[in-house]
Design a protein around this ligand. Structure first.
Ligand SMILES: NC(=O)c1ccc[n+]([C@@H]2O[C@H](COP(=O)([O-])OP(=O)(O)OC[C@H]3O[C@@H](n4cnc5c(N)ncnc54)[C@H](O)[C@@H]3O)[C@@H](O)[C@H]2O)c1
Length: 417
């Protein structure tokens, strides 16, 4: 099987790159991205997403290219491009359609096109399939065969990597599903689940993330209830988590490319089918409003015109990923509430922070601020020396509860959810 299949991975981001590297152990792989800078960096062994070490990249035999003409030798195409929402929270399929058109220009009879991007049920067969047919002049289901295999990795998670987790695969025919099971199985010790069909696999992925969003929304709601009752949600969770079937979620800001986005894809599919998805959208509303809630609670504990240091801008801990970070909303609200805000994050790219959020990151931690807000629990912040940054009587606002019970909390005022 190995020598017969040439695989092209289209889109080399958080998902596409680790996948290309894992597949390249058993197959000839060409990695295509339209971002020439990304291709140049990968050729030099540098992954700006921090997912792969230089050593791993240099050891992988992948042909990187930003020229679609080089894809003509491939017979299996795996598409892993972004699927965000637009300003009205509607699915934005621009990148997916663009990548599908590009693949349509290079497929031939017998090609297999697999999508890894997260979508709502029906996108692969009802949107991508017709694009491939239009551009190639070939017929899906006979000339070209479609597949879907959702990606489940988390940015920054070094345990659940693509070569260790169960992969769902689905194909337009049983034969394609079986072939994909063999291909993906060769990179992850055959941990494969063959879904009933493509729509089922698309639906499974989107509910995995929607389920997390709703569970976090419940945590955010109870955090707000308990805040009014003067109880810390973290103290409550510590107690409740001792029950065997209590689900271990925590409150917080829901950003990133997946959990805060995918429920809108499912909501779109629901509405198109004439159903109003109240639970999904209430969860989204609660999570989207959490940054403002936190900023307002912090402001209640401060004089107007205070100086505040916000720690962390990435959407989650220990990653440089800024996409859809809700810390931007929190900073904006603190500024609207009349404070001067400094933002620090050693992991994110300062140019990207400025262009995406208009936030100029500070290189070093300032001193003598009135409040430190722990927003993102980067490991680097766990042992912060508060006396170096906070004024006497200053406020520590600990959104993630990482400093609860720490010795230093006795010397300052402390707020958490
Ligand atoms: N980030 C995650 O951990 C994660 C996990 C599971 C699923 N997903 C899903 O996987 C998909 C990809 O996400 P990601 O995080 O890897 O995105 P990303 O932004 O990190 O990477 C996407 C890459 O695709 C490239 N690209 C964009 N349009 C292109 C086009 N038309 N042709 C070729 N390349 C193009 C971009 O330059 C970029 O390098 C999304 O649907 C996402 O929801 C992501």
């Amino acid at each position: 099987m190995n020598s017969e299949r040439n695989i092209a991975v289209v889109g080399l981001g958080y998902v596409g790159l680790p996948l290309a590297v894992a597949l390249s152990k058993n197959f000839p792989v060409i990695g295509y991205d339209r971002d020439s800078q990304r291709i140049a960096q990968l050729r030099e062994g540098f992954d700006r997403t921090n997912e792969l070490e230089r050593q791993t990249l240099e050891a992988a035999s992948i042909r990187y290219s930003d020229d679609s003409a080089e894809l003509t030798n491939a017979d299996i195409f795996i598409v892993a491009v972004p699927t965000p929402v637009d300003a009205s929270n509607q699915p934005d399929l621009t990148a997916l359609s663009g990548a599908t058109e590009l693949v349509g220009g290079v497929v031939r009879k017998g090609s297999i096109v697999v999508f890894e991007s997260t979508v709502y049920p029906g996108v692969t067969e009802d949107i991508c399939g017709p694009i491939l047919e239009r551009v190639s002049g070939l017929k899906c289901g006979t000339d070209i065969l479609l597949g879907y295999s959702p990606e489940r990795i988390n940015p920054g998670d070094t345990v659940h990597t693509v070569d260790k987790i169960v992969k769902i695969v689905a194909g337009q025919t049983t034969e394609v599903a079986q072939l994909l099971a063999e291909i993906y199985g060769s990179m992850n010790g055959e941990k494969i689940f063959v879904a009933k069909d493509i729509k089922t696999a698309e639906a499974a992925k989107v509910i995995e993330n929607a389920q997390r969003d709703i569970n976090i929304a419940f945590m955010n709601e109870i955090a707000q209830i308990f805040g009014r009752l003067d109880i810390s949600v973290y103290d409550v969770l510590e107690a409740a988590n001792t029950k065997w079937n209590f689900l271990p979620f925590t409150p917080g800001l829901v950003g990133g490319h997946c959990i805060g986005v995918d429920p809108y894809y499912l909501a779109h599919a629901a509405k198109t089918a004439g159903f109003d998805p109240t639970v999904l959208l209430s969860g989204r509303a609660i999570n989207d409003a959490m940054a403002e809630y936190v900023a307002d609670r912090i402001s209640e504990n401060l004089e107007s015109g205070s100086t505040i240091l916000v720690l962390g801008l990435a959407f989650k801990e220990n990653v440089p990923d800024l996409r859809n970070s809700k810390v931007g909303d929190l900073v904006a609200r603190l500024q609207t509430n009349g404070h001067t805000v400094f933002v620090h994050d050693p992991l994110v790219d300062a140019t990207e922070a400025l262009s995406e959020y208009g936030i100029k990151l500070c290189d070093d931690l300032p001193n003598n601020v009135d409040c430190v807000v722990g927003c993102v629990a980067h490991t680097a912040y766990h042992d912060l020396k508060f006396a170096n940054v906070l004024n006497e009587g200053g406020l520590i606002a600990d959104l993630k509860g990482v400093w609860r019970g720490a010795e230093a909390m006795k010397d300052f005022r402390y707020w958490t959810l």
